[in-house]
Ligand binder design. Structure first.
Ligand code: ADP
Ligand code: MG
Length: 618
């Protein structure tokens, strides 16, 4: 008996659907592509339940005839190519003719369309691939596609959906990418019946970029414009002084299609190589036009990967053009300020990444935020550190009553202003000599039976993380008012993050409020916060949350983790003895002093015994 059998069509379709329809944002992407392929000048998107309950895209494009409406959800049905050769010069977003079919096999898909002014349109409803309604229905010229109950028949896929917030943020990002690429198209977006985005058509690309990225970002951008037929590159790139902590703000379009393409990413990186610190990323919006036959878009079902011919020439063009724009005179070419987007506040998703800090090579000792099952090695290590810390704490008892988290000075390590040498000496406790800052990064403390080494950034991060977590539970924000409140102009995605984090951020002590358009007003920040940097800290927070990398199981935890990482002293910052002591005291007072929120160890202990052993004393 043969064991190989042909899969039933429905199963095969669901498997194939997995490649195209990964999550709600991928559905949104396919539907907007179809609308733009149909020549729409107006695209309106509506979603409910993070896209899982409903996604609807309406357009005023060419629409479909009643015959076409019925063909559209069938597999390999497309009006965009007819012959295999056409694949070599695809000008439309779509061409595989599988998106609607794939979507219909994992949801309830409803298409209404009309290809003429006036008259009646046609409507078809397909559920899990089977047609359940098919007939005439009123519709203006254009198309409305509704996708309900995504993954209702594939529970395994449904389980893989991230939180509603994350899915919402991804959908917003997807829509924004299209909005960036098509300034002449009007875009509307409503989430849970609330308007999020209303972008009117504009004639200049700069205006649309400003509306999406925020006018203040635009002030730091210079124009790129190079015409070297058949290649053409245009766009805006930020000055080296304006960078972000992730590539989230880099958009590269090839023939209008948003792509992640290594040649372009490398070329951008290369152009900034000597002027931007590592792990910092400029903001770029670039559009490359190449002959259609020089791009292979049929590399990946979601079409985000493309293959370019003449890679070297393109690499060189991009790198050279950016460098030229960043040249010495670029400052004077700074773009004029553009009006902010007409935007209603929105919701998005959240998580993050950490700041660069030296990594201690002790992987076996990692202790995660979520307690991992007890590992005997880890337990042994903890016990050793605990013993060392115990002796330290005995000595430190009654030393001082510190206000917990941000009492460390983050700049310089001079004695407090006005302190005379005599007074300063007063401060020095007999055991001061037992604190030593190594490479402005690690604190060495002599304890009874050896030394304890603390990673100052990781440790401070842990302290702030723990105290802030308590702080947001206590509901009484402690903030410091700013004499002259400042406004921060945000991008549309940052505004979405602001909306969704504002309650927690408020409890941390920030006083932020919407200020019209995409701007927010900052009236205060957490008491004692030192790396406030005129609001840059708030941006860093939003940046982190946008890039989905922060540890933590809850939304609040991720926000706190970002805050802790951003406000902690950095590696490389000089600390005064008093500050080192305070850091150590605070660290040993928290519940889990052994690792930072990212799971990296904060403390390492070396026993006298081990040292003796090195020198063959024992
Ligand atoms: P593809 O875009 O790869 O051709 P799809 O499954 O996305 O495949 O769509 C199938 C066909 O349905 C398209 O080729 C197009 O003719 C038609 N279609 C889909 N959406 C629209 C729309 N919004 N307006 C007009 N025609 C559409
Ligand atoms: Mg399509």
């Amino acid at each position: 008996m043969p064991v190989i059998k042909t899969l039933p069509e429905a199963v095969a379709r669901q498997i194939a659907a997995g490649e195209v329809v990964e999550r709600p944002a991928s559905v949104i992407k396919e539907l907007i592509e179809n609308a733009l392929d149909a020549g729409a000048r107006f695209v309106s998107v509506r979603t409910v339940g993070g896209g899982a309950d409903l996604m609807e895209v309406r357009d005023d494009g060419c629409g479909m005839s009643r015959e076409d409406v019925q063909l559209a959800p069938r597999n390999f049905s497309t009006s965009k190519i007819s012959y295999a050769d056409d694949l070599l010069k695809v000008r439309t977003f779509g061409f595989r003719g599988e998106a609607l079919a794939a979507i219909s096999s994992v949801s309830r898909l409803d298409i209404s369309s009309n290809d003429r002014e006036g008259g009646e349109g046609w409507r078809i409803t397909v559920e899990g691939g089977a047609v359940i309604r098919n007939g005439p229905a009123p519709h203006e010229q254009g198309t409305t596609v509704r996708v309900e109950d995504l993954f209702f028949n594939t529970p395994a896929r449904k389980k893989f959906l991230k939180t509603e917030l994350t899915e919402r943020r991804r959908m917003l990002e997807t829509i924004l990418a299209f909005a960036l690429a098509s300034p002449d198209v009007e875009f509307h977006y409503a989430e849970e019946e609330k308007p999020v985005l209303d972008l009117l058509p504009v004639s200049s690309w700069g205006q649309r970029i400003a509306a999406v990225m925020g006018g203040s970002t635009m002030k730091h951008m210079v124009e790129v414009n190079t015409d070297e037929p058949p290649l053409r590159l245009k766009g805006f790139v930020s000055l080296p002084t304006y960078t972000r902590s992730s590539r989230n703000h880099q958009f590269c379009f090839v023939n209008g299609r948003l792509v992640r393409e290594k040649t372009l990413i490398r070329a951008v990186q290369e152009a900034y190589r000597t002027v931007v610190p590592s792990k910092r990323f400029p903001t770029v919006v670039l559009s490359l036009e190449v002959p259609y036959e020089d791009v292979d878009v049929n590399v990946h079902p979601t079409k985000t990967e493309v293959r370019l011919r003449n890679e070297n020439r393109i690499f060189d063009l991009v790198r050279r053009s950016i460098k030229r724009s960043l040249g010495p005179k670029s400052e004077t070419k700074l773009s004029v300020s553009y009006p902010a987007a007409v935007v209603a506040p929105a919701d998005g998703g959240a998580t993050m990444r950490r700041d660069a800090a030296p990594v201690v090579e002790e992987p076996a000792l990692f202790v995660g935020v979520r307690e991992t099952p007890a590992n005997p090695e880890t337990e042994k290590y903890k016990a050793r550190v605990r013993a060392a810390v115990g002796s330290y704490m005995d000595a430190a008892k009654n030393r001082h009553d510190f206000s917990p988290f941000l009492s460390l000075r983050s700049h310089g390590a001079e004695e407090p202003a006005g302190a005379t040498a005599a007074e300063a000496r007063e401060h020095i406790q007999p055991d001061d000599a037992l604190f030593w800052q190594f490479h402005n990064t690690y604190i060495f403390i002599q304890v009874r039976n050896g030394i304890v080494v603390i990673d100052q950034h990781a440790a401070h991060e842990r302290i702030i993380f723990d105290t802030s977590k308590k702080q947001i539970e206590s509901e009484i924000p402690v903030s410091q008012q700013i004499l002259f409140p400042i406004t921060l102009e945000l991008s549309v995605s940052e505004l979405a993050i602001f909306r969704e984090t504002k309650d927690i951020v408020h409890k941390l002590g920030f006083q932020l409020e919407p200020f019209g358009g995409t701007s927010i007003l900052v009236r205060g920040y957490p008491q004692g916060l030192k790396n406030w940097e005129e609001g840059a800290l708030v941006r860093h927070l939003f940046d982190d949350l946008l890039s989905d990398r922060m540890p933590g199981s809850s939304h609040a935890e991720r926000i706190v983790a970002s805050f802790a990482c951003r406000s902690a002293v950095k590696a490389g910052q000089k600390l005064a003895v008093e500050e080192m002591k305070m850091l150590a005291d605070q660290l040993f007072a928290v519940e889990n002093p052994y690792s930072c929120p990212h799971g990296r160890p904060t403390i390492f202990r070396l026993s006298l015994e081990e040292i003796d052993h090195w020198f063959s004393r024992r």
